[in-house]
Design a protein. Structure first.
Length: 87
């Protein structure tokens, strides 16, 4: 029996000397894209506080924009990680 994401999977019960056929339909949850997962993660990090998650993302975005402008101006240094620094 083939399963497709988001489509039902039908499981048939064995027939018992009866013409009735019992069927159970199982639905798989829709595939979550990366943005949905990131949003859920940000909200969970802020204990379900939507305003807190949005504020944190705005602050992070401002920081990244400032860092990008600094790098484009040639005044910033790029931090490089090596495999040795991760251990």
């Amino acid at each position: 029996m083939m399963e497709r994401h988001g489509l039902p999977k039908i499981a048939r019960q064995p027939e018992h000397h009866s013409r009735e056929v019992l069927m159970t339909i199982h639905f798989l949850p829709p595939k979550t894209d990366l943005y949905d997962a990131a949003v859920e993660d940000a909200i969970a990090t802020c204990n379900g506080d939507l305003r807190g998650a949005l504020k944190a993302l705005l602050i992070l975005n401002e920081h990244l924009e400032a860092k990008l402008m600094e790098l484009q101006a040639g005044g910033g240094t790029v931090e490089r990680r090596t495999t040795q620094s991760l251990h």
